[in-house]
Design a protein around this ligand. Sequence first.
Ligand SMILES: NC(=O)C1=CN([C@@H]2O[C@H](COP(=O)(O)OP(=O)(O)OC[C@H]3O[C@@H](n4cnc5c(N)ncnc54)[C@H](O)[C@@H]3O)[C@@H](O)[C@H]2O)C=CC1
Ligand SMILES: CC(=O)C(=O)O
Ligand SMILES: [Mg+2]
Length: 563
Amino acid sequence: MAAGYQVLREPLWNKGLSFTPEERKSKNLTGLIPHTIESLQTQCARAMKMIQTRQTPIDKYLYLSSLKDQNVDLFYRLVMDNIRELMPLVYTPTIGDVCLQYSSIYTRPEALYISIKQRKSIATMLRNWPFPNPEICVVTDGSRILGLGDLGLNGVGISVGKLALYTAAAGIHPEKTLPIVLDCGTNNETNLKDPLYLGLRQKRVSTTMQQEFMDEFMAAVKEVYPEMVVQFEDFETEKAFKYLDRYRNTQKCFNDDVQGTGAVVLAGYIGAVDLSGVPLEEQRLVFMGAGSAGVGVAKQLMEYYTRRGLSEQEARSKFWLVDTKGLVTRDRGDNLAEHKKYFARTDNNGLQFRTLEEVIAYVKPSALVGLTATFGVFTESVVRALKASVDGGGLGRRPILFPLSNPLTKAECTFEQAIQWTEGTAIFASGSPFSSVTVDGITYHPNQGNNVYVFPGLGLGAILAKASRVTDEMVYNSADALAKSLTADEIHKGLIYPRIERVREASLVVAREVMKAARRDGVSELPEEQWVEWEEWGDVALMSYIRQRVYDPVSFGDARVRL
Ligand SMILES: NC(=O)C1=CN([C@@H]2O[C@H](COP(=O)(O)OP(=O)(O)OC[C@H]3O[C@@H](n4cnc5c(N)ncnc54)[C@H](O)[C@@H]3O)[C@@H](O)[C@H]2O)C=CC1
Ligand SMILES: CC(=O)C(=O)O
Ligand SMILES: [Mg+2]
């Protein structure tokens, strides 16, 4: 086949109509594309027009996905420049639907699909990946995809979506990203009965078998791609905690749902406390949902309290966790899962509280965090009771209300409800994006409290620092950096996260602080002279180092082209 045609068929080489006249000659492209030369911006305008003609989010996703498969630079320029409109398509909420339908809409491979039947050849499969030395992988076993439960192999969509954001939001080169699904079977009957289902048609293997498989996978990663950072994503609760504990001290890895979510919620909480009028020490937090995200977030917030001088005991006493059985207490009479024990209350004098209303009446919280994967559990009476308990502490105080479950169909309440039921006073963040709401001529803007503000920068920082581990200090500093990354205008507008248009700017700041934390913890394997130089020149020099290493597609004819 002629070389020119191959250039056009290779998504990482194809520049569409942005090839220069010289490139068209040297690559034998003349005649194969229209004569006109277009900037990436013009090509983006065409693509946006096409997206707008597509009717459903899935159709728009499929268009974007095929664009990525044809012209990687165009796809990323488009997503980066239209992130508010397109992130909900390549990520939550649409990616949830994509995962539900993955086997039906599948057209081409886009990840490594490793099944437990192939466990003896994991290293070979890793070597089969066509691009050299990936720097970051997002791996899931599909067992708890967003709030949608066990989706088996179909969960691979979340690995693909998260990695698209590693590139769009932190500038990791697309060639350096590796999505993986570990297929260990599924307990999802709909998938098992679906003739088009692409995964293993069997129930999930035992935890012992999966543990051995994970050990083999992690050993293969160490052997084949020793530099690669591994992000564990959407493993069901017990495995999420277990694998993190098992590998975190020997390999470069972190769990996004436990640590990334912990950091993003901490960053938002810092801003929210400032806006609430309730001092940090007086805040009382009820967590609805005591799973990997709930406990991960509570631990990260506790760390904040202890760094501000509270004892562990005092810090822990600020948190009340609630699950399907009610308030988590030591004497509740059920066999508490290991991860719930740390926050189980012991000061309840034998009283038990089954419903969220009962818990709110008892605790009188100032903040309510939802990580239940259950739509609508923040009812009108719950939200009004939250507001009343905050009002009780003094006028002008505002409740913190974070329904964080994904996708939108699993949100604990909507933004509109939050505004109506709190007379516009709620400091609100949700996992998936809601639109602004106007009531009585006042427009309210929601925040998106999603780990997308953390994982891209955390991963980039770990990669650029050549960190041998992802330490707690690195995770904590990702939150601290994010909290400090708001502009004066964003603070003035009452936001608690940077506007999504600035996610990339914020991610680079997060990456910088994560690198410095890696250095402080002694896990950065960069040469000593490099750090000495940055320590002398400060953040500006380090930031310029980061900026030089990030992917930012530009083309001939663009105003932004770098000479
Ligand atoms: N905004 C963000 O960045 C993130 C959001 N999430 C979301 O958080 C949700 C939970 O994720 P995980 O903690 O990993 O799941 P999980 O399965 O580990 O935990 C769910 C918890 O919610 C509790 N629960 C379920 N239904 C409930 C109900 N009706 N009332 C009270 N408690 C109930 C369960 O008992 C369990 O403790 C998911 O929807 C996920 O999408 C997770 C990570 C990041
Ligand atoms: C955002 C995310 O990681 C989740 O919902 O699981
Ligand atoms: Mg997740």
